[in-house]
Design a protein around this ligand. Sequence first.
Ligand SMILES: [Zn+2]
Length: 185
Amino acid sequence: MPTIFTHPAVPLAVGLGLGCNIVPPRLLLAGIVLSILPDLDVIAFKLHIAYASDFGHRGISHSLSIAMLVALSGSAFARQFHSSTGKVFSFLFVSMASHGVLDALTTGGLGVAFFWPFSSARYFFPQQVIKVSPIGTDHLLTERFLTVLQSELLWVWLPASLLAIALRFALHLARLHIARENCRP
Ligand SMILES: [Zn+2]
């Protein structure tokens, strides 16, 4: 997995890129939490559940169907998020599903059970560029951990920042277009 600090890069990029009118702060915070949530399944190691089991690390909790279910549940609270059902669902789904996507780009461990319950197969993307983070806190601030952070800066934070800038730019262009349309006689 990428480190716990890096999974929020996707909701942050989308949320800050679209701005607080589309992704209000409370919704952004929920997205950040959901981007980290799937890794609670590391408890499976303590419970001696096999890594490759559906209930193991990168299994059910990393699947697209669970991300969809959680996002659907979250969208029932659209009013509390000061947003619409569709926007809450989309943002929460992208935030949680992005976790598995980043994991599938890492260089170690088992793949991600994206398609559970239809398939228990584990998947990686053909290009695995993010150095896998060691599980647990024993490795914090070791040389290996710093190499992981370096790789995450390059392969996650840099593209995420570019995505945020691109979204801002696209929104700006869309607003200019609408303003021009409204000014037509
Ligand atoms: Zn994970």
